[in-house]
Write a protein that binds this ligand. Structure first.
Ligand code: HEM
Length: 404
């Protein structure tokens, strides 16, 4: 520092009295500390590229992703096989529209079990005693995927439902029924049968082919109500849906669905809900559309319903996820089933269901058997809706919550 500068500084210092001086120093220190904190937090930006080793795969050629681990779920809060009630899915709006209607699913909520577990299990046991080969198939192409599915269930079920399932070194034991399933070192049992015996759901395995189509190669379809595994086995998604005359499949669903299946990654499971009205109270198979063992079944064979007590609300919660090792897509179908008369007690439900049904376009009416129950359900829902509206449960006061 030269003479002139030090002289200027000195005179500045002398101009400050001691309290001003200490305030200035404190201010400077404060500013320096703020800068120090700010810069110490600024880490060099790394470019985070998500590695998806299957993004550019040749269709039908999946590379196992050993880095992906399904998150282990926490126990379902207060779950009890006697008291936990089924989720009240009410997947109808005032206006029906045909869309894929999928939404993201939390991994922890993959499988839903409740106090109807035993009822579903007993239906499955009874039906497989009679016709196991028809209800349950694992083709050679789906075998590895079926075992991978069992591994996923081995990890998931005892953590989510610890009062029902316990891990054993080679499988799972059921703490309520005493059943024990060994599969970790292979088994002679059909793996899809084992999966079905653990869950309330029906399950399908879709395998990607070299042309990008997803084909049904394995399944345990025991309580589907109105479709049979033997009619859909080995079919691609499109034929599964068109053979059942799913309304507007080609126009509104096919392209989106096919793209979705190809692009779905292991970390993005999804779920969708639907609903039907059934003219009998049989959960496993709706006898009204014809005997399950007949060649052809369908609404056209059904008798029109005569009494509201015949009518049931059937709603499915379906989940779709891709398994990391085999790349197979697992489709679960869980049915929720209750009498219409019970459903209609719920606030706002009669009017919304009535409006929903009345908004079905002709193809949807045909697919859902509208003419077989409309003369019974419509006057009933109208009466129930009027009663609720008189008590103030009107469309205007209905909460804006999407009713899954
Ligand atoms: C994003 C995935 C999917 C969508 C958006 C979808 C859509 C639909 C729709 C709209 C229907 C008419 C009933 C309803 O409203 O639910 C239907 C029926 C059906 N779907 Fe799917 N589906 C999907 C995946 C699958 C998969 C993976 C299977 C494999 C088994 C499947 C099998 C069926 C069957 C068997 C029926 C009944 C067909 C019949 O009446 O014969 N679906 N699906």
């Amino acid at each position: 520092m030269n003479q002139t500068n030090s002289g200027v500084l000195r005179s500045v210092f002398y101009d400050l009295d001691s309290s001003k001086w200490s305030r200035t120093v404190c201010g400077l220190i404060f500013i320096m500390v703020i800068f120090a904190i700010k810069y110490s937090q600024k880490k060099p930006k790394k470019s985070v590229v998500k590695r998806d080793i299957n993004a550019n795969r040749k269709y039908g050629h999946w590379t196992p992703d050993y880095n992906f681990k399904t998150p282990t779920p926490p126990p379902y809060p207060n779950w009890d096989i006697n008291t936990t009630r089924p989720q009240p899915y009410r997947a109808f709006r005032h206006k029906y529209s045909i869309t894929m209607a999928i939404r993201n699913m939390d991994f922890h909520q993959w499988i839903e079990l409740d106090n109807e577990w035993l009822k579903f299990h007993n239906h499955k046991l009874e039906r497989t005693r009679e016709k196991k080969q028809e209800l349950c198939v694992t083709s050679p192409e789906a075998r590895d995927a079926a075992f991978e599915l069992l591994d996923e269930l081995w990890n998931y079920l005892p953590h989510r439902y610890p009062s029902l399932f316990q891990q054993t070194p080679d499988g799972l034991s059921n703490l309520v029924t005493g059943e024990s399933w060994s599969f970790k070192n292979g088994t002679k049992e059909d793996p899809m049968y084992i999966a079905a015996m653990l869950l309330q759901d029906d399950i399908a395995i879709m395998i990607e082919q070299e042309d990008g189509q997803y084909v049904l190669k394995g399944g345990a379809i025991m309580l589907a109500g109105f479709w049979r595994l033997k009619d859909k086995f080995n079919l691609p998604l499109s034929a599964i849906h068109t053979s059942g005359d799913v309304p507007k499949y080609k126009e509104k669903l096919q392209t989106g669905m096919e793209k979705f299946f190809i692009r779905q990654t292991c970390d993005k499971p999804v779920v969708r809900n639907n609903y039907f009205i059934q003219t009998d109270g049989n959960l496993p198979w709706s006898k009204s559309i014809g005997d399950e063992d007949k060649d052809v079944v369908g609404w056209y064979t059904a008798e029109p319903a005569k009494d509201i007590n015949q009518l049931y609300f059937r709603s499915e919660r379906q989940s779709l996820r891709r398994l990391p090792k085999t790349g197979a897509t697992i489709f679960t179908i869980r049915t929720y089933f209750l009498p219409i008369t019970e459903l209609a007690q719920e606030p706002y439900v009669p009017r919304r269901l009535l409006n929903g049904i009345r908004s079905w376009v002709p193809e949807v009416q045909d697919y859902r058997g509208y003419t077989k129950f409309k003369d019974v359900v419509e006057p009933y829902l109208e009466k129930m809706a009027d009663e609720q509206e008189a008590k103030g449960y009107t469309v205007e006061t209905e909460p804006e919550v999407y009713p899954y």
